[in-house]
Design a protein. Structure first.
Length: 414
């Protein structure tokens, strides 16, 4: 049994009898004319199937204790095969997912109707969909649309959200998942090193972003975890700056927040270094405060701790430390985000809530920052941590961050 079958089995075991689960891989939205945005698979669908193609549907149900699983995919299309390449064949989908009952997606409605009629007699039949959506403004997902259609036709079903159940599983990473994150971090490091070697006054932030992209492509990594932040000077005080189009000046710091992926698993790393290769005294002073904040998180992160408590440690430290460095405004002016989030198939992985207690196998970020707009200084240092029973392992420890190491590296260009 491969990891995907195993996950489906574990999920079904947690569900009550007389229920069904439907998950959609998704479809790329159109961009303009006949051009679509790049397709990005629904991560929970991928987690349960290992498949990453458009318009696939996983249907599982459990009746009288017996579980059944089927997959619906687009049929092979000879014309499309000649124009854009062949779609995934049933045999391949079956081999990756270990689902043997594979049908074409046009059979989905009829199959669901048969299931609904069998289930009609069951009271309280539960139908689980992935109802995750980011905001009210977001367009309805295919899951939400299908669930609404089903509820209209079969008013006796109880709609339920599968996201929290899959989310709980996704939060605990297994060895394979951790190895993917390690590989994504390794590639990210190659990109950061090349950026450090390339940085110089007069270069545009966009060229720095391009250096990172080039290294990723060379390493055969097509997908980044998120849009790169490449910010110099005052732009580094904007948390999610994406314009990346200003010329870097002598004496400024450069902040990059970026990540490669491996097998859809993300790295999320920030490093801050001087454009000319040497920190000024003031930059070094602030940099070391952020580095200390990181150390505090690193030495406290362990199973049993809450993310909000990790953030509170940073806040307490900053409140005590910043006034010693002539930073006397409200802390919120200098630090306005949290220090951690989960990391995995999504960069901001399943949201367990800040009050959630960390468990061994969680992977989280450690990303304190300080943003001093009136001095043109923005510093964030971000590492990725694997939580263990006794502490944490810094998965990104190979990526240099000590000021001396950075200066030496940039000076020698090695
Ligand atoms: N790159 C976004 C973040 O660090 O959360
Ligand atoms: Mn980041
Ligand atoms: Mn992050």
């Amino acid at each position: 049994m491969n990891q995907y079958s195993n996950r489906r089995k574990r999920l079904l075991e947690t569900l009550p009898d007389n229920c069904a689960v439907m998950l959609f891989s998704g479809k790329a939205p159109m961009r303009s004319e006949d051009e679509a945005y790049p397709f990005s698979v629904n991560r929970s669908f991928y987690y349960l199937t290992g498949l990453d193609k458009e318009e696939m549907v996983l249907l599982m149900y459990k009746m009288d204790g017996i579980g059944k699983q089927m997959l619906f995919i687009l049929p092979f299309n000879k014309t499309l095969a000649r124009w854009v390449g062949g779609r995934m064949l049933k045999e391949e989908a079956a081999q990756i997912s270990e689902i043997n009952d594979i049908r074409t997606v046009s059979e989905l409605d009829d199959t669901t109707a048969v299931l609904m009629n069998r289930m009609r007699r069951e009271s309280g039949f539960e139908f689980y969909f992935d109802f995750w959506h980011y905001s009210m403004e977001q367009e309805e997902t295919v899951s939400i649309k299908y669930a609404k259609k089903l509820q209209e036709r079969y008013p006796y079903i109880k709609l339920k959200d599968i996201y929290p159940l899959i989310g709980r599983m996704r939060l605990i990473k297994d060895e394979y998942e951790i190895s993917c994150i390690r590989k994504a971090i390794h590639t990210t490091n190659l990109g950061i090193q090349q950026m450090m070697k390339t940085a110089k006054p007069g270069l545009n932030e966009m060229s720095m972003e391009g250096v990172f992209d080039f290294v990723l492509f060379q390493a055969l990594c097509r997908n980044k975890a998120f849009d790169t932040i490449a910010a110099s000077g005052e732009r580094a005080t904007i948390l999610h700056y994406h314009d990346n189009n200003q010329t870097m000046q002598d004496g400024e710091l450069f902040l990059c927040d970026l990540g490669a992926t491996y097998g859809y698993y993300c790295a999320d790393i920030s490093r801050t270094f001087p454009v000319n290769g040497e920190f000024s005294d003031r930059q070094l002073e602030i940099y070391n405060i952020v580095l200390n904040a990181q150390k505090i998180v690193e030495s406290n992160a362990c199973a049993g701790m809450k993310m909000k408590d990790l953030n509170q440690l940073v806040i307490d430290y900053y409140k005590e430390e910043l006034p010693k460095h002539n930073l006397n405004k409200d802390l919120n002016e200098y630090y306005f985000h949290s220090v951690s989030h989960h990391l995995g198939l999504d960069t901001h992985d399943v949201d367990g809530g800040m009050g959630q207690i960390l468990e061994a196998g969680n992977v989280i970020t450690n990303e304190p920052g300080l943003y001093i707009a009136d001095e043109g200084i923005g510093i964030r240092i971000e590492d990725d941590l694997l939580i263990t029973d006794t502490g944490c392992e810094v998965l990104s420890r190979e990526i240099i961050k000590q000021p001396d190491d950075i200066e030496n590296f940039m000076r020698s260009g090695q």
